[in-house]
Write a protein that binds this ligand. Structure first.
Ligand SMILES: NC(=O)c1ccc[n+]([C@@H]2O[C@H](COP(=O)([O-])OP(=O)(O)OC[C@H]3O[C@@H](n4cnc5c(N)ncnc54)[C@H](O)[C@@H]3O)[C@@H](O)[C@H]2O)c1
Length: 368
């Protein structure tokens, strides 16, 4: 099976994303090929990733001075204290900025390790090995790094590009199904906003994707990363176009916030529900045509979203949900801005609506 490669270009750098199988066991030669040389290496490791992967990685880097910093991934450890502890660790071990930090984990670990890398001696080499589907198609690409503050999520951070992203699909074999759904939601979003053909591929291969068929999964990740690449290269600092990546997220974040970010609803499930609502809203406003609306509805039916929405959004909570939507950072003038599809493969950014209108729409949707 062939591996895929994408080159991400930014103002400051140029780096490859390699996607496929057996990347971990070839890590040493891949690093050399990409001219990443170092004396010391710190592996920031997600403790839920099977230990065998860490053993392989340490063995492959055996001629180097390798340190491991294990973290139990959670939004609670994604904070400035953890950053400080890792910085102290690397300072104590006298890491030079030409040494290397490797992140092995999901988006939480790579956001932390990437942020540490960006500020350690004003920037140390960083290699990202994403181990969740979401981080392979989303968090590992684009250079956003950062941690949470007591004032909110992802409020402290930087833009810092890795030297290399290594997405080995074998990591996905140990991933719980709910985490696969999380990544799938972002994959689906990429196809919806940019490419109908890619959406039809997902629709046809849904079962194979969820069974982690190696060929189909590698291609799916590759195609999804290509869409994200095309968007972030046009708008690296999220000034305009990149906002379409928030499709489904305004509703989705509000559902998560309404449940206090509890495990009842994870981020990907919330985004799926958010896209389901956005599709229905776009149809109600005659923004999307009936045919495309129905095609999307049929895909969502496979996830039973209509019933899920009824379970998580109760009538008595709707005004709270809409208030969370209003506090989204994209909004102004007390109105809610939504990213909506005008057809499969194309999204429109500036659609603003009154809170009352969205609340009564949600009311109708959950009572349908
Ligand atoms: N920087 C960005 O552009 C960007 C984009 C999207 C999301 N994010 C951030 O990413 C985070 C979410 O990332 P995520 O969805 O990858 O979640 P995550 O990092 O929390 O990982 C999800 C769960 O899977 C476990 N896990 C990871 N790899 C595993 C493996 N191979 N086998 C078994 N278990 C494994 C983790 O320990 C965790 O319990 C959020 O903090 C979000 O803010 C960042």
């Amino acid at each position: 099976m062939k591996n895929y490669k994408i080159l991400i270009k930014t103002d400051q750098s140029f780096y490859p994303v390699i996607i496929g199988k057996n990347i971990l066991i070839n890590v040493s030669s891949i690093l050399k090929k990409n001219k990443i040389f170092f004396q010391k290496c710190l592996i920031v490791y997600d403790s839920n990733v099977p230990q065998t992967a860490l053993n392989i990685l340490k063995q492959k880097l055996k001629n180097k001075n390798v340190f491991v910093y294990k973290l139990k991934s959670s939004e609670k450890v994604k904070n400035i204290n953890t950053v400080n502890k890792i910085l102290n660790f690397t300072l104590k071990q006298k890491f030079h900025r030409t040494d290397l930090i490797i992140s092995v984990g999901g988006g939480i670990i790579s956001d932390i390790a990437g942020f540490v890398s960006s500020i350690y001696k004003r920037g140390i080499n960083f290699v990202n090995m994403p181990t969740t589907l979401l981080s392979q198609v989303d968090a590992s690409i684009g250079g956003k790094t950062g941690v949470n503050s007591t004032y909110g999520k992802n409020l402290i951070g930087s833009f810092y590009q890795p030297r290399l992203v290594l997405s080995d699909i074998l990591f996905l074999k140990s991933l719980p199904k709910r985490e696969i759904i999380c990544g799938y939601a972002e994959i689906l979003k990429h196809a919806f906003i940019r490419n109908k053909k890619k959406f039809l591929f997902l629709d046809k291969n849904l079962k194979k994707i969820f069974h982690i068929d190696e060929k189909i999964m590698s291609k799916t990740i590759y195609e999804s990363c290509k869409i994200k690449k095309s968007i972030i290269e046009k708008d690296p600092l999220e000034k305009n176009l990149r906002r379409i990546l928030n499709y489904g997220h305004t509703f989705g974040h509000a559902f998560e916030a309404n449940l206090n970010y509890s495990k009842k609803l994870n981020h990907g499930e919330a985004v799926l529900l958010g896209m389901y609502c956005a599709n229905n809203f776009a149809y109600k406003k005659n923004i999307i045509n009936k045919n495309d609306f129905n095609i999307i509805e049929q895909h969502f039916a496979k996830f039973n979203l209509s019933n899920k929405l009824k379970r998580i959004a109760k009538r008595r909570n709707l005004s709270r949900i809409v208030n969370y939507m209003k506090s989204d950072k994209k909004n102004y003038n007390n109105k809610i801005n939504l990213i909506l599809l005008n057809k499969i493969g194309s999204a429109k950014i500036n659609n603003t609506y009154k809170t009352m209108e969205i609340e009564s729409f949600l009311n109708l949707l959950i009572n349908r």
